[in-house]
Each structure stands twice: as structure tokens, then as C-alpha cells.
Ligand binder design. Structure first.
Ligand SMILES: NC(=O)c1ccc[n+]([C@@H]2O[C@H](COP(=O)([O-])OP(=O)(O)OC[C@H]3O[C@@H](n4cnc5c(N)ncnc54)[C@H](O)[C@@H]3O)[C@@H](O)[C@H]2O)c1
Length: 255
């Protein structure tokens, strides 16, 4: 740990579970104050309590990133309890905790398609709209959006999810161009299939293990494999990098 994020404040959405929680711990280890934002307010509070017990500076806020009023309330709460925000990690998604169907394109419910777009795409935009203007005013900030390797190669049976994650890449490039003049960097991480669930059921293990043979590094990917890339994009080491998508999947997708 180098303290490269000392004095910085990072907001992480989808922070109560899985990979988002690993990002929070990783950013906090580097010295950042971390705000855990999640639809599951109790989960975020419990995770924040654990991190605080480890000695980290954390705040939790319950919010639905797809809802403009909830995001506005979140921005006010963060401002009141954590001050200015330097880093925004748009990680919340319909994925495992809020589960998605894995049906073919003809069988997905319209309501689930709309929820997917509302959380995975509108959510990142609403959070950026709430937190990026203050970064622009200060002339410095970092936005890190979470896509998925599936957006680059396609994936059977979840066309709504993959479509939303492809949108995250376009969102990243366009926001990068819009705010680059004010010193705000916007980058994206595309994780491979990651063992993020708390319960490693046979079904989950089968799904995560099936990705192993396609990798240069032939092992199961865990949340900790992704933390370094988020810390990098949050840190001054990446100050001249923007609009990029970094694939972190052990060498499955090479492009
Ligand atoms: N696990 C993987 O294999 C994998 C692979 C590629 C990309 N990803 C991406 O990584 C991110 C984290 O994935 P994960 O595996 O930890 O999934 P997860 O479902 O465990 O975590 C998502 C979090 O987002 C929260 N959330 C859902 N809807 C929300 C809303 N409307 N407002 C606020 N919070 C909300 C959930 O409560 C949960 O804490 C997601 O963006 C996912 O798409 C995951």
C-alpha cells in the first residue's frame, strides 16, 4: 500500500456485495475515504461497518442509481457526510444480487430489458450528472465505469445485459470527450467472468469455471484480480489516460 489515494474521496456504486465491495477495500487501502452506495442499504451499512472495523474511513448511503430523485438525495448525503468527491466508480448493475434472466433474445421480459438499461446505463449517467460537475469545477476527477468482457465478444442468453455493457463503453468515450477539457478522466474496465457471489453454488462454480479454458492465465478470476485496475484509474498514475477500456480477464479477450 502506497497511500497514492491519500486525501481523495471515492464513491463506489453497487458497493454492498461482490466486486464493488472489493473495489471499496482496495481504494480504502490506498488511503481514500470511500462512500459505499447501494440499493441494498442494509448491505451497504453492514459492509461499511466491516470496513470501518478494519480501520478504513468509510460512509454508506442507500440509493437507487436508476432513479433521479434518489441520486440527487445521494449527492446531497455524500456532500454532507463525505465532502468533495474525486473518484466515481459506476459499478452497480443488474447481475447477480439483483439477478437477470439468462433467456434467449425472444424470451426476455420487456420489463427486465428496461430495468437493465435503467440501472446499467441510465444509472451511470445519472451518477455522472450528479458528481462530475463538481470535479469539472475543481479541474480534476476520475470516473471509472464497469463494462464486461461479454460486450466485446457477445454471450449467449442475456442480450439485454451485454447490450447495456456495450453501451457503457460508448458512454465512457463520449463523457471522456465532454469533460476532458476540465481535467476529468473517464475510463472503463471490462472484467471477465468473476467469482463474485458470496455463495459458491455448483451452478455458479460451473459458470465461472467454464471461462478458464479461454484464458492465457488458466484459473478462476476473483474480485481481487480487478482491484489493481480500479486503483490505477483512480490514481495520478493514469492522469493522461482517458476514454479507454481495459479488459481484465486473464487474457481471454485480446484486441
Ligand atoms: N461477476 C462477473 O462475472 C462480472 C463480469 C463482468 C462484469 N461484471 C460487472 O461487475 C459489476 C459487479 O458485479 P458483481 O458480480 O459484483 O455483481 P453483484 O450483483 O453482486 O453486484 C452488483 C451490486 O449492484 C447493486 N445494485 C443493483 N441495482 C442497483 C441500483 N438500482 N442502485 C444501486 N445499486 C444497485 C446490487 O445490490 C449489488 O450490490 C457489475 O457492473 C457487473 O456487470 C461482473
Amino acid at each position: 500500500m502506497t497511500g497514492q489515494l491519500d486525501g481523495r474521496t471515492a464513491v463506489v456504486t453497487g458497493a454492498a456485495h461482490g466486486i464493488g465491495l472489493a473495489y471499496c477495500r482496495g481504494l480504502a487501502r490506498e488511503g481514500a475515504r470511500v462512500v459505499l452506495v447501494d440499493l441494498d442499504g442494509d448491505g451497504a451499512a453492514a459492509a461499511a461497518k466491516d470496513l470501518a472495523a478494519e480501520g478504513f474511513d468509510v460512509v454508506d448511503v442507500a440509493a437507487d442509481v436508476s432513479d433521479p430523485a434518489s441520486v440527487a438525495h445521494c449527492r446531497d448525503e455524500v456532500s454532507r457526510r463525505a465532502g468533495e468527491v474525486d473518484v466515481l466508480v459506476n459499478n452497480a448493475a443488474v447481475f447477480a444480487t439483483v439477478p437477470m434472466s439468462r433467456a434467449g433474445y425472444q424470451d426476455l421480459p420487456v420489463e427486465e430489458w428496461d430495468l437493465m438499461m435503467a440501472v446499467n446505463l441510465r444509472g451511470g449517467w445519472l451518477m455522472a450528472r450528479a458528481f462530475v460537475p463538481a470535479m469539472q469545477a475543481r479541474g480534476y476527477g476520475k470516473v471509472i465505469n464497469i463494462s464486461s468482457g461479454t460486450a466485446l465478444k457477445g454471450s449467449m442468453g442475456r442480450i439485454h445485459y451485454v447490450t447495456s455493457k456495450a453501451g457503457v463503453i460508448g458512454f465512457t468515450k463520449t463523457l471522456a470527450r465532454e469533460v476532458g477539457g476540465d481535467g476529468v478522466a473517464v475510463n472503463c474496465i471490462a472484467p471477465g467472468s468473476t467469482l463474485s457471489e458470496a455463495e459458491h453454488t455448483d451452478d455458479v462454480l460451473k459458470r465461472r469455471s467454464s471461462a478458464v479454458s479461454s484464458r492465457a492465465f488458466q484459473r478462476v478470476q476473483t474480485p481481487d484480480d480487478l482491484v489493481g485496475s480500479v486503483v490505477f484509474f483512480a490514481s495520478p498514475a493514469s492522469d493522461f489516460i482517458t476514454g479507454q477500456t481495459l479488459v481484465v480477464d486473464g487474457g481471454a479477450c485480446m484486441h
